[in-house]
Ligand binder design. Sequence first.
Ligand SMILES: [Zn+2]
Length: 1020
Amino acid sequence: MARAADLKDAGRGEDWISVDYFPIYAGIYARMTDNNVRTENCNSGQGRNADKYLQLELVGNMFFLRHSADGNEWKDLPCSPIVRNDLVNVSLQVGLFHATYSGNKGAVAFEDFSVEYGGSFKTARLDFPKDGQGQIPTKSTLSWIPGTGGEHHDIYFGTSIDAVKAANSRMSKGTSPYKGRQAVSDIDFEIDGLKDGTTYYWRIDEVAGEEIVVGEIWSFTTYDRNLADFGKYGSTEELSAAWVAGGKADVKLVKGALQLGYNNASAPYYSLAEYTFGANQDWMSSEFSLRRITVEFRGDPANKSDDKLYMIFEDNDWGVSRTIVEYNGDPANLRKHSWNRWDIDLRELAASNPTFRLSSVRKMALAIGNPGVPTASGSGRVAFAKIRVDRMKAADGQEAWPRYIEPEKFVKAVPFSDVSVTGGLWRERMEVNRKSSLPHVWSRCEESVRGDGQESKRLDNFRKVAGEMDGGFTGTYFNDSDVYKIIEGTAYSLQNHPDAELEEYTDKVIDSIAGAQWDDGYLYTFYSLPEHKPEMRWTNVGAMHELYCAGHLFEAGVAYYKATGKRKLLDVSIKLADNICDTFGPGKKANPPGHQEIELALIKLYDVTGNTKYMDMARFFIDQRGHRTGGRNLYGDYSQDHIPFIEQEKGVGHSVRAGYLFCAVTDIAMRSRDEAYGNAIFRLWDNITNTKTYITGGIGQPGGPEGFANDYELGNGCYAETCSGIAFSMWNHRLHLMTGESKYIDIAERTLLNNMLNSLSYEGDKHYYTNPLSSGGHPRWEWPGHDCACCPSNLVRTISSIGGYAYTHDDRAVNVNMYMQGKAKVQLAGNEIALLQTTNYPWDGDVKIAVRLKNASRFTIRLRIPGWARNEPMPGNLYKYLDENNDPVTLSVNGSPLDVNVENGYVTIERTWKSGDKIHLVLPMSIRRVVAHPRATADAGLVAIERGPIVYCAENKDNPFGLGDLKLPDSASLSATFEKNFFSGVVTITSDTDPKLKLIPSYLNANRGTGWMRVWIPRK
Ligand SMILES: [Zn+2]
């Protein structure tokens, strides 16, 4: 092999590489020390029979990555060599998909690597007692996940970040931040004396003999429950010192209440009393209850009738973001001399300003006036007694407020089978899916090989168990799931495009699956060959994926039944589900699946059969997480099994498992009105979208365990697995069904177009497992080449049913959520309507919709105005556009222009519609520059380019120069061109810089050979 022989900078300690390889649990950041050849014995991975060794060699500025089955014969991985420049400021991810299957589970030992320690502590959390009532508890527990190399941990804890940073174990214990040393097996520490409204810092060092590896600093903030109890102030002076009057106002203490006297004669036409917290208030974390702010106020008869009462909040996160909440009670209360109570759902703060961060509230104000109606004169007063944050817990049986599950907001999806996609990008991808991907994945189920060259015949496994042929199991233990997912994709494809030959073939496969089912319903070929092993089944549901495979079977059974009316696979599913319900549950086996999926599939089975025991089973599995029922060991945060689900606050662990879990929780929350589930889901979504989602909508960070890492740790050599993007889209779609809110569709669309489509080659027969935003040359792989085929099979089912994301409705309104050329049938109350869309979206923002219906009738059509057309790249504040763009959205019906008032992400048209009415919507498709939150340091100094919903990238192919010359100054102008003959016809972007930069839709990268690729580009 060709090698660069320049060794002058080899072997420095700064070189590091992030090697994500499948399916290892942990320890993935490896650093070169002083020996240029590193060989890793992967003997503690999980699984069976694959390569046991991984080798990394540094030669000059290149890393060579190799794998081997026996430690003697080495093969270069396709990604080798990796250029050292790729490793500067970016954790390069390489797909090592062949490695590490052996008999045990657990962390991987990098025997010759020194493990980068910073990545080892993955969780920090504050445990509160579960009563949910009363004041903040004074005791709490720190817990963490230990690294692999230590014997002891040193614990530091205090209220000063500098003191915690500087402390060491030579200090005396007690009052100093040093709290002592404990064995590495002891992974939590009790703290007491916590105070409200205080930020605490902590650090855990790993101690091995003389060596101490210093840990990262973690923090949490307790919040003031009583934000203000004015009775505790002794004098007006004391009150005024804390509450500063703004505008033409004065504040004073009258009978234990704050009295805000105001004069709203000049802009901003309201007056306020303002309070600044000593530290940012975290109203999102450290709690698992529903929260509201309660304000007690008293009006005055002299107040003007158009005066309004407000609370104003400011965060202190990425600059300052302000949000205003208006009193929504009876306006006459402002003129009544009696006490009123005003409850504010904390979510309202984010609803009026999506970039506002509840996790870092710094200021609040009480205000009166009317900013909308300038008033020549006017004065009055309002008294306030108390402002506090209340915790309420639905699980306590009390009426929970605010409510997270509001059935009046539920919407139904228009099923993909009622949506035909007839043109544009999605039609093109659907055709490729049907003609190329689907036959390809079926052929690989017939015959494939594993990375180690051994055969892997998924369909033969079923045929052997069914007695149609002889032989043992081949392939990987969870391979049944791919067949099921492909049947599901085939079912969807048959619904769009009947194909008698394909249906007959699938029927035969289903016959073999039915033949492979045991008499009592059990079905899993891995424990059925060469003969049934009843003693093995359900012995290791944490690792062996039997329940995961069962889930995909149920989804396939339901899909095939709906597509063809044939019950055989559905009956197989029901028989297995009944066996599972007999085996697991209260008083029976309590182990939940290590890889979630079955939960959402059980809901589908419930929906189609109406049998509630399936939903109960799903709930049982969810509620077992984090509980050691029956003395079982927890799987840890890798499988979201570290704490009970309703207490989970952050996206952790394997992101596909998490995504499927969240889908099921949302399904159950809707169906059984479960407020505790709704609350947890709201909080998890907030954390993930604000700190762990890529600009492409992908999730799964480098250094994470095939999934989530720390907040804002968004290195661009990321994992962003195709399946996790699909699971994330599925979850966001369900959240939209639960709330009717468009922000969830903003994310689903971003993810499907930029993360999911990225996975599939233009021809449809090669795939990415991971979808990084930065690469030195990362080819899509062919199947075989990787025996884990979760992503290819997931793609076929998702692309063939993509039309199901486009529309939702309730009885009186239809939401047009995604723009794609085609026709939809929508069932409104007593009225079936059809919508015919004509558009070249996403390359063009021009959308024409013709309405067809029998009899003219009154109903509402809502058109989604995507976040990018409203200066909001993603919900939350993880990304911002560098510039404001106020190019208008325009709208007309039958040629008459309408005002565009966007509310909750939709423009609403309510009228009496008649057949032939035409809507014309134009979304401005300007080229936009995006920057990331300053805490996302991997993107510091970088810019990403978007146009409409498409994220762009620069590729070496169009930009024949070194990465050192890649830059896009803010002053450069960019122009868009529709290139009819470039792939299926797409818009590309060029700069006027020297050298000129050409950008292509990022999902098309690596379709013309591989070279460097970047989504984020240096601004200087
Ligand atoms: Zn996958």
